[in-house]
Each structure stands twice: as C-alpha cells, then as structure tokens.
Design a protein. Structure first.
Length: 385
C-alpha cells in the first residue's frame, strides 16, 4: 500500500528568480458587462431609483463611483443611504434611464428628442463625462434656427464650452443673424455687448454694428437704460467725419431720446478726428481696429546689389500665405527705425538715397494710420540746448 502512494517533491524556496506582471485588458469591460447583466436580471441590486413613478434598479457602489451626487448621498449620512427606494426630483425617466444605462455600458445614444432630458439628468447627478458628450453633440447641431435656445441651455447649466462655441457661431454669422426679429427680441444686453465689442465680429463696415445697436435699443422701451452700455462698444472714431455728421448723428437723434445723450459719442469721435497729431495718446477701446496682429515690413533695400530703395508697406496674410500691399510710403527709405505706438506705425530717419555712398540721411518722421490707410509727415519740434 505504501509503495503505491505518489511521492511529492518538496517546494523550493523560490521557483524562479524572475518576476512578471500580467494584465487582463478586458477586465474592467467584463466586470461592467457582468454587473449590467446582474442589473437587468435584478440580481444584487441594492437601490431602486424612482422618477415619474417609474423604477430604475442599480448598485449603490457603481452609482457612487461614477457620480459625486450619489457618492455624497450614500456616504454623508443622508436618509437615502438607508432607503431601498430613492426618489429623484428634477429629472425625467428618459434622462435617468439613459444615464444609468451609460454607467453600465459606457455607451450613450444622443438625438434631438432625448438630449434635453439627458443633459438635465447628467448635470443634476454631476456625471460630467455625459455633460461633455452632450456639449459635443450640441456643438455639431448649432444652427441659425436653434442657437438662441441652445444659448439658453448653456446659461441654465453653466456650460462654458457650449456657450463659447455659440458665441463664436454668432460672431461668424453676425451680419445675417443680427437683423432678424428673434435676435433683436431675445438676445441679452450682456451678449449684445460681447458681440459688438469683439474683434472677430463679422460685419461689412462699422455702421452696420451701430444699426444693430440702435434697433436693439428701440425694440423695447425699458432698454433705454442700457443706451450708454451698448453704444460704448461702437467704434465711433473709426467712422469718417462725413459719415459721423451726416448719418450717425442723424440716426441717433431720430431713434434715441435726448436724455440718452448719444451725441456725446459723436462729439468724442469728432474730437479724435480733429486732434490728428495727438491721436496716438487718445486711444480707447473705441479707436482700436477689429483685426488681429500681423507681421509688417516697410521700405528697405531691394535688388541683388541693394542699389534700389523701396517704398512698399506690406503685411503678411497668414491665411492665404502671401504678402499684401498697403499704402506706400511717401518716400523710399532704408536703414530707418520703425516703432508702433497707440496703434500707429512710425518711421523715423534712415537713408533716402544710395548715391554718394548712401550718406543721404533723413531727419523726417512719418506716421501711418491703419484705420485710414494713410501716411502723414509729423513735424518735429526743435529742442534748443
């Protein structure tokens, strides 16, 4: 009998000197799948969420892991932590079922009929991944027909990403949207001021923006109190003098009550135009150009041997990848100094000739106004020592 017994080899202290970590890549997916199967069969579910008299069974630990809302509910001693059924207020069955299904499957189907309910529920339950998916979906659906409604959603739920996207949409379609009855009736004063002050707002010329502002102000009598707040975003000094006196002043006087004091903006603009030399130090937000910064070159030497001077003024169009000519310098220059002050370009000194060894130095100062695309000669005051 003893001979028939199988002999066992004693275990060594170490089977091997090497070590290796093995990873099951599908583990989390498999666990989640099995948990979902248990939920669908009503196994081990320790809480039932009730909304609109309908029930959604779930596991407390999964809800707490995925939702800060449920984590606080089940861990901070609230009565819901001990209840089998938890009634939720402020959500819908459609939204709750879709969100809970997502927690178990990691899949979320969004469409025009359920997006409102799912966003409402995800925001309430603080499931931010679902909120981000909703924002991503809505960004793709923004149109001229729904942007105001979606902007309201973004405001209700503090969706900064969606709100910024809609702002960008409005700015790029401003010339089309701004004169529609829906825009003029529904847009808030805060948003209107954001759009009128933006450097990216789409418009043919500044007078269009003034018309939008005036039409918005005159839609409802109670908007009169916002007159200064709205008009201070119109860049009146950028209008030519004749437009200011003949069209702008007339339009404001005919549409706005005298106590609104819209003429003060026209007077400020005329003072700016009449103070030509002082304009660089009279800069305000209303004198800024609505354009991005750009790379500029002015004058210089041309040709292989540098025997010819240039009077070109060009800026780099980064979108089309080409140099675009602006108004030429009044005189050819090289070796000059260039400075930007108050949104103006100053050209000082340099050489105006290559004759006689290039010693024809200049003591002139020119200033370029990109608003008018105009060069002027600035007189230099002599300082006696």
């Amino acid at each position: 009998m003893e001979a028939s017994k199988q002999m066992r080899v004693s275990r060594p202290y170490k089977i091997s000197e090497s070590s290796k970590v093995y990873h099951w890549p599908d583990h989390s997916t498999a666990v989640l799948q099995r948990l979902n199967e248990q939920r669908l069969h009503g196994l081990f579910c320790d809480v039932v969420l009730v909304v609109e008299e309908q029930q959604v069974p779930a596991h407390r630990n999964l809800l707490a892991v995925c939702s800060d809302y449920f984590n606080s509910m089940f861990t901070l001693g609230m009565r819901e932590a001990f209840q089998k059924e938890v009634e939720l207020v402020g959500t819908s069955y459609v939204g709750l079922k879709a969100v809970v299904d997502f927690l178990y499957s990691s899949e979320l189907e969004l469409d025009g009929s359920n997006i409102d309910y799912i966003l409402e529920t995800a925001h309430l339950l603080q499931i931010w991944t679902v909120v981000d998916f909703c924002c991503e979906y809505l960004e793709q659906e923004v149109s001229e027909d729904n942007y105001l409604y979606l902007q309201e959603l973004a405001s209700i739920y503090s969706l900064k990403r969606l709100d910024a996207f809609i702002d960008s949409f409005v700015l790029s379609h401003f010339s089309t949207l701004s004169f529609t009855p829906d825009f003029l009736q529904s847009i808030s004063v805060q948003k209107l001021c954001v759009y009128l002050s933006s450097g990216q707002v789409q418009h043919k010329w500044g007078y269009d923006l003034l018309q939008v502002a005036l039409q918005w102000l005159t839609q409802q009598p109670e908007r009169e109190v916002h007159t200064r707040r709205v008009l201070e975003n119109i860049r009146f000094p950028l209008f030519p003098e004749d437009i200011l006196l003949q069209r702008v002043k007339l339009a404001m006087c005919s549409l706005l009550p005298s106590e609104a004091n819209g003429e003060g903006f026209v007077e400020e603009a005329m003072h700016y135009h009449n103070s030509l030399v002082a304009q660089p130090v009279l800069q305000t937000k209303r004198t800024l150009l609505r354009s991005e910064e750009c790379l500029l070159f002015v004058g210089g030497e041309v040709s292989e041997r540098c025997l010819e001077l240039s009077d070109d003024t060009c800026y780099l169009d980064t979108k089309n990848e080409q140099w675009v000519k602006e108004t030429s310098l009044p005189a050819r220059r090289s070796h000059h100094c260039v400075a930007v002050l108050g949104g103006f370009i100053f050209i000082a000194g340099g050489s105006f000739s290559r004759d006689n060894g290039g010693n024809a130095a200049s003591n002139l100062l020119y200033r370029y106004d990109p608003r008018r695309k105009q060069w002027i000669k600035v007189r230099l005051k002599q300082i006696n020592s």
